[in-house]
Design a protein around this ligand. Structure first.
Ligand SMILES: Cc1cc2nc3c(=O)[nH]c(=O)nc-3n(C[C@H](O)[C@H](O)[C@H](O)COP(=O)(O)OP(=O)(O)OC[C@H]3O[C@@H](n4cnc5c(N)ncnc54)[C@H](O)[C@@H]3O)c2cc1C
Length: 636
């Protein structure tokens, strides 16, 4: 069976991804060094801190935000699938739409740390509030314009979004989510600007936004490189139609759209970051933008811990509180230890972003990957701990006269975290690309099937020189010295393990390169495990560092960090085993047969999905034939 959709080849898709990649490393990176076998604690220890002014501003804002968040009726949002107008007004009044923007543009000028603390708090009353604020600020107009906009653009747009005008980010289309080579929305140069045409799918805030960041492709022509470009677009510009509001298994209340552009004029001065630099703008924006979703995962972890604690102590079965049965005790301890580590990773990444001394693109990506996966596991464990009540809606529990606990809702809401802003599989590939970058840089021509014989010979010499100095550094290290890292007290053994394992990980990547060479990029399962080991090591480091730093005021943290490290070491052991003992090749061969229909007999005996119609809506260019379903939020 061949795919019905045509488009760019795999090679072209990879080239597009590579072109969008940031290849420069002007600042040190803990994550990059980790995959090279070096535990560069000096880059993150001492634990960075916000200035007293940043702390004062952040705490003052949290103090104002909390009572407002407490006043929001989360169950009503869930029931109505809608955030009330007054909530938008209240958030705007508090300045919550400009948390990270400098005060000179009307924002609150909060640090990343306090922005994320505010998201964690706001998301706790209902996930759609966190998503609204995060989509607006992390990927909507504020972040890309702040990072890439001209002074004139900043003056023009930032005060508007800071004061409560909502923005959205439009990248995804029906034909593409993960593969930008397929991006079809076009921006045709005309006198004074561009005409946008195309359809954007699943835009969070798309039905309510007044300013949009739209990614569209400028065609190349004589003297013009063209390429994917970022535009700030007025949402009420003629030719824009919000054709649908989309609904999902979770995140009820979010205002998510299908948006059509038909000959929409955008002035040239609304290009952000330069023509052809749109994907770079998007990816760079996400480097710190990626901290937002983990902040919402931390919300869930804290919430699940609270419910698990209360319920598992109270509910008695077989003569004991259920939390005292070992089968549930292991789940509860996993939730507690992981909640501690997730917050440690988030805080550390935020503080590193505030400090701006390190390049945090790998750490932020590891955090997004790890937090979204772990939060999902935690919520699933909570549903199990709650038993039948875990599966029951909170409204149903209330109707029976019990406390309404939204465990199933949290699970539903969290599922998308593993898909949007970089699906887990894509995060694995992205991080793996950076992890093997040093090898590709030296061995690129050796493994490139299209390189000439001379290039290959030259590359062998270059690689030989690199590996002659690099490989010996992986043999011995501080982690092998029993007295090292004594400053970590009872956690020193875990830090030593982390140092040793960092070197082991780099050796494994090297073996993998030797074994598969140019084929390595297709060994996605291997690469995924490599990245997962890296994520665990980063999590262990963050947990130990947090515990060490806060030992005086929070001695319990050491216990949780210790437990987390014990659990992580078990997982890392399993991941290393699976690097070389697995069913990857058999799985790959079987999946090929599944797609070819060989095992279709297994599908017999049930009523199969009966709906016909395309798997992916073909986009028909032209004016919209649907009514505009935009929601206008009246001014207060
Ligand atoms: C609730 C919600 C809100 C959203 N908000 C926004 C928004 O505000 N703005 C916006 O632009 N987009 C938004 N999106 C879109 C979201 O970012 C995409 O869904 C996501 O990028 C994945 O793309 P896709 O759904 O097309 O999946 P696909 O790209 O079709 O991928 C399907 C599966 O294949 C895997 N896959 C794809 N390529 C590879 C590969 N090379 N190797 C291995 N596996 C691969 C993916 O990981 C995934 O598991 C939103 C989506 C939802 C559901």
């Amino acid at each position: 069976m061949s795919p019905t959709q045509t488009g760019p080849t795999e090679r072209e898709a990879r080239k597009a991804g590579e072109a969008a990649r940031e290849t420069q490393w002007t600042k040190p990176s803990f994550g990059k060094e980790l995959f090279l076998g070096k535990l560069r604690l000096d880059l993150i220890d001492p634990w960075p801190s916000n200035s007293p002014e940043q702390v004062a501003a952040g705490e003052a804002f949290l103090a104002r935000l909390k009572p407002f968040v407490e006043s929001i009726d989360g169950p009503a949002i869930e029931a109505d699938d809608s955030i009330p107008d007054e909530v938008f007004h209240g958030l705007a009044e508090l300045g919550a739409f400009g948390m990270k923007l400098p005060t000179s543009y009307g924002g609150l000028g909060l640090s990343h740390l306090y922005y994320c603390k505010a998201l964690t708090l706001a998301g706790s009353v209902h996930s759609s509030i966190g998503t609204l604020l995060s989509a607006h600020q992390s990927i909507g107009v504020p972040q890309p314009v702040k990072m890439f906009g001209s002074e004139e653009q900043k003056q023009r747009f930032l005060p508007r979004v800071a004061s409560g005008e909502i923005s959205a980010f439009l990248l995804t289309e029906p034909d593409f989510g993960s593969d930008p080579a397929r991006l079809a929305c076009s921006a045709t140069p005309v006198d004074g600007g561009y005409l946008l045409n195309g359809v954007k799918l699943w835009t969070t805030n798309g039905t309510i936004a007044s300013l949009l960041v739209v990614m569209a492709r400028v065609p190349s022509s004589e003297g013009r490189r063209g390429g994917v470009t970022a535009f700030v677009v007025e949402a009420d510009a003629p030719g824009i139609t919000v054709e649908c509001r989309n609904h999902f298994m979770g995140l009820r209340g979010i205002e998510n759209s299908v948006t059509r552009f038909h000959d929409v004029f955008v002035p040239a001065e609304n290009v952000v970051g330069g023509e052809g630099r749109g994907l770079k703008v998007a990816l760079t924006t996400l480097n710190t933008g990626r901290l937002s979703l983990p902040a919402l995962c931390v919300t869930s972890a804290k919430w699940c811990l609270n419910v698990a604690r209360g319920w598992a102590a109270e509910r008695v079965q077989w003569g004991r509180p259920i939390g005292r049965h070992e089968a549930l005790a292991t789940k509860i301890s996993h939730i507690a230890a992981t909640a501690y580590a997730l917050e440690a990773m988030l805080d550390l990444c935020c503080l590193l972003a505030d400090d701006d001394a390190n390049d945090i693109r790998i750490e932020a990506a590891l955090l997004k990957l790890y937090a979204s996966e772990k939060a999902w596991t935690i919520a699933d464990e909570l549903v199990q701990i709650r038993g039948g009540r875990g599966f029951e809606t909170a409204a149903s529990q209330r109707a029976r006269g019990e406390r309404g606990i939204e465990a199933e809702q949290v699970l539903r809401d969290l599922r998308i975290m593993r898909i949007f802003e970089g699906a887990t599989e894509i995060m694995h590939l992205m991080i793996a690309r950076e992890a093997v970058d040093a090898h590709l840089a030296v061995a690129g021509d050796i493994i490139d099937p299209e390189a000439s014989r001379e290039d290959k010979i030259r590359a062998v010499g270059k690689a030989g020189a690199f590996y002659a100095t690099w490989l010996p550094t992986l043999v011995a290290g501080k982690g092998a010295v029993p007295t090292s890292y004594a400053e970590f007290g009872p956690l020193a053994a875990h830090v030593r393990y982390t140092e040793r394992t960092t070197r082991k990980l780099a050796r494994s990547i090297f073996y993998g390169m030797g074994r598969w060479q140019g084929g390595m990029e297709h060994k996605q399962a291997f690469l995924g495990r490599v990245v997962d080991i890296g994520a665990e090591l980063f999590a262990m480091t963050a947990a130990c560092l947090r515990a060490k730093t806060q030992r005086a005021e929070s001695p319990e943290g050491v216990e949780l960090a210790d437990l987390f490290c014990q659990q992580a070491r078990v997982r890392i052991g399993a991941l290393f085993t699976a690097l070389w003992e697995n069913t990857d090749d058999a799985d790959d061969a079987t999946a090929k047969q599944v797609l070819a229909g060989r095992y279709a007999f297994l599908e017999e005996g049930i009523v199969l999905p009966s709906e016909d119609g395309p798997w992916v809506t073909p986009v028909q260019p032209g004016p919209s034939e649907k009514p505009d379903v935009r929601r206008h939020i009246p001014r207060p």
